[in-house]
Design a protein around this ligand. Structure first.
Ligand code: C2E
Ligand code: MG
Ligand code: MG
Length: 674
């Protein structure tokens, strides 16, 4: 554009130059003619003629000089014009072929020039755009900032990069990155701008996609933990500013979701999660409408937020409630929305959810604090049964701290070998002698002995159970092999060990056990593994597979605590088990309670029909033993015979039944041997 202006200036300059040259030449020529013709008679002296000649010569020299100067100026102008034509051509070459859209606008913002790229990028031909206002196609919301940027560029002489939306001819919006630079006029300020626009819509879309996937869950499209934390932080600040501190976090965990994954496969599990996310969204939208309807607020105000927290956990943020009762109402609302059955493929699935709620208090400084309390409340809800809702209270916090302390101490205890194997004898009701032992853990602390009920759940939850039980199995197998060698000549002595659900889930369990058997030289036939029936209930196929692998080692499998789970004997028939241990709740009441007696009687009869041996747990009285013998029960275990004891006392029990062995090695405890 500056080229056009320059050309105009040059044209103007050349016109003046020529006009001046002609006028001066005419004036001088006329003067010479006048002097030579009309002044002849005025003074015809020799002097006069010589003066006149001098004058005419001088003037002619002036005309010549002036014409030479004019010619020189003309040549200069021709050169500049040629240069301008060249750069003009270059300008056109660039603008006409550039992928970026280039426009020139005047001081009013009217288009003076539009490059052809406008038609490829925005669908408008340069003619269509014509001399329209350059802001016409810009998104109304972006117009003020564009106008402001143009004014700033004109004022400062430098344009800044700007992003705004422009309407494509097809009606869609494209995002442009643009720089407007002022064109200097003759006075240094023409008010015109040359604008270079680049279409960055695709790049923006990719950037948005990347940003979206960093902050959203790929499966459900819901915000993820990262984004939720950020929103929660802002909501906490809002709540603090408003001084109401009305903010609650709900952690929603789907009960037994693993069963769906295990039984129907992960893709069905994924589908179910997507459906759950939809339900939760719908439920919160409705809840929000109701809360907003009751108040005078702007419709855009978002008072609730939902995110997927990973796995089967969802988290809800609510800024709209007036106390714990309201929060519980929303939790119930969420649970109700999940109650109707879901259809995933051809399957109909019914789920329940446990919800932990934490209400913002002054103790919550960071979002993590609030989430942690919601988690604690959720764990409490889970531990008290399925489909429950719990609101966090500070007691939960101190319980959690206590638990954390216990975990740290247990970890140290395992390292320092404070966990010992105790042995409780299992008596053959036929011979009345010790047939084997059940190995049970005891935690020997400076403060006293800790029973498994107080540390096994923590060990199980934290995964410490794996290393803990490995050590116990090693000790028990080693001890069992020693006793076997000393007393087992008449009848083999077995060693029974408990396998928790976490251990049972491990695919390496069979492999690890084989190593332990090899390491301790144990006969697999003398090793009994106790598995609770609930473990076998979750995923029958996987359980079958694992049990078969263990059975292939040659070990004996027992179902522990039988009767407390929900499985039936017919279901257990499928599994390669060898014995049932009837839970002590039935044994302890069988002599007084008719129902318990019936359960024990039928269990023994059915077990026998399936070739399973029966062990009665928790036998405490002779009367129970008499009944059990009458029912044909093979073995009994309980305080009547002995409490769980250390290796030395267990050795004494064996000596009592089988006589003292000659070999001294039998006395050595397994722990010492290791
Ligand atoms: P369990 O496998 O059913 O073990 C039997 C429990 O009943 C033992 O409790 C035992 O002391 C108790 N018991 C035995 N006879 C009687 C009786 O006549 N009356 C009463 N009231 N109780 C009796 P303990 O040792 O406290 O173990 C509790 C549970 O902890 C065990 O139940 C077992 O499931 C688990 N457990 C213990 N040690 C270990 C271990 O090292 N590893 C694993 N995985 N689990 C263990
Ligand atoms: Mg047991
Ligand atoms: Mg038991």
């Amino acid at each position: 554009m500056s080229l056009i202006l320059r050309t105009r200036q040059i044209d103007r300059r050349e016109w003046w130059l020529w006009a001046f040259a002609v006028v001066v030449t005419i004036a001088l020529t006329a003067t010479i003619i006048f002097l030579t013709i009309f002044h002849k008679e005025v003074a015809e002296t020799e002097n006069y003629w010589s003066d006149l000649r001098e004058w005419v010569r001088g003037l002619a020299a002036l005309v010549l000089l002036f014409d030479i100067y004019t010619m020189y100026q003309h040549r200069q102008l021709l050169r500049i014009r040629r240069e301008l034509a060249d750069s003009n051509e270059l300008f056109h070459l660039i603008t006409e072929n550039a992928a970026d859209m280039i426009a020139v606008v005047d001081s009013e913002g009217r288009r003076l020039y539009n490059s052809p790229a406008y038609s490829t990028v925005l669908g408008y031909s340069p003619e269509e755009l014509g001399t329209s206002l350059s802001t016409e196609q810009i998104h109304p919301a972006d117009r003020p900032k564009v106008i402001e940027a143009a004014a700033k560029a004109r004022a400062t002489g430098r344009g800044e990069r700007l992003e705004y939306r422009m309407r494509h001819k097809d009606g869609s919006w494209r995002i442009l990155e643009s720089t407007a630079n002022p064109i200097a006029g003759a006075d240094g300020n023409s008010g015109s701008l040359v604008i270079v626009n680049r279409d960055i819509t695709d790049r923006k879309r990719v950037e948005e996609l990347v940003a979206h996937s960093a902050f959203h869950d790929g499966l459900t499209g819901l915000p993820n933990r990262l984004l939720f934390n950020d929103r929660l932080r802002q909501a906490m600040m809002r709540a603090r500013r408003s001084k109401h501190e009305r903010l609650a976090v709900f952690l929603v965990d789907i009960d037994e979701f693993k069963v769906v994954n295990d039984s129907l496969g992960h893709s069905a599990g994924d589908q179910l999660l997507v459906e759950i996310a939809h339900r939760l969204e719908g439920c919160l939208d409705r809840a929000e409408q109701t809360t907003i309807a009751g108040r005078d607020v702007e419709v855009e105000e978002k008072t609730q937020g939902l995110a997927r927290f990973g796995g089967d956990d969802f988290i809800v943020l609510s800024e709209e409630f007036s106390g714990p009762a309201d929060a519980i109402r929303l939790a119930q609302h969420i649970q109700e929305s999940l109650a109707p059955e879901f259809s995933v493929g051809e399957h109909r699935i019914v789920i329940t959810a446990s919800i932990g709620v934490a209400l913002l208090s002054t103790a919550h400084l960071r979002p993590e604090d609030l989430i942690r309390d919601a988690e604690l409340a959720m764990y409490r809800a889970k531990s008290t049964g399925r489909s429950r809702c719990e609101v966090f209270d500070p007691e939960m916090h101190s319980a959690a701290i206590k638990r954390l302390k216990l975990e740290t101490e247990l970890r140290r205890g395992i390292e320092q070998r404070e966990l010992l194997a105790y042995y409780q004898p299992i008596i053959s009701l036929r011979t009345g002698k010790v047939a084997g032992f059940e190995a049970l853990s005891r935690w020997q602390r400076a403060s006293g002995m800790v029973l498994p009920a107080d540390f096994i759940p923590v060990a199980e939850e934290t995964g410490l159970i794996v290393s803990m039980n490995q050590q116990l199995m090693l000790d028990a197998c080693r001890q069992g092999a020693i006793w076997q060698a000393s007393f087992g000549c008449a009848s083999p002595l077995f060693m029974s060990m408990n396998i928790t659900p976490k251990q049972f889930e491990r695919t390496q369990l069979a492999e690890e056990l084989r190593n332990i058997l090899d390491q301790t030289g144990s006969n697999p036939a003398n090793i009994h593994l106790e598995i609770t029936e609930t473990v076998t209930m979750q995923d029958a196929d996987a359980a079958m597979d694992r049990l078969s692998k263990l059975k292939a080692l040659g070990v004996h499998l027992s179902i522990d605590d039988f009767g407390t789970g929900f499985s039936s004997l017919s279901r257990l028939r499928r599994f390669p088990v060898d014995a049932l241990k009837i839970d002590r709740v039935f044994i302890s009441t069988m002599t007084e309670d008719r129902d318990s007696f019936e359960i024990v009687r039928v269990t023994i009869a059915l077990a026998h029909s399936m070739d399973l041996q029966v062990v009665a747990e928790g036998t405490e009285t002779e009367a129970q033993v008499a009944e059990l013998k009458a029912l044909g029960c093979e073995m009994a275990q309980g305080f009547l015979y002995s409490r769980p004891v250390d290796a030395e006392h267990a050795f004494e029990l064996l000596c009592r039944d089988y006589g003292r062995p000659r070999s001294r090695c039998a006395v050595a405890s397994a722990t010492a041997a290791s």
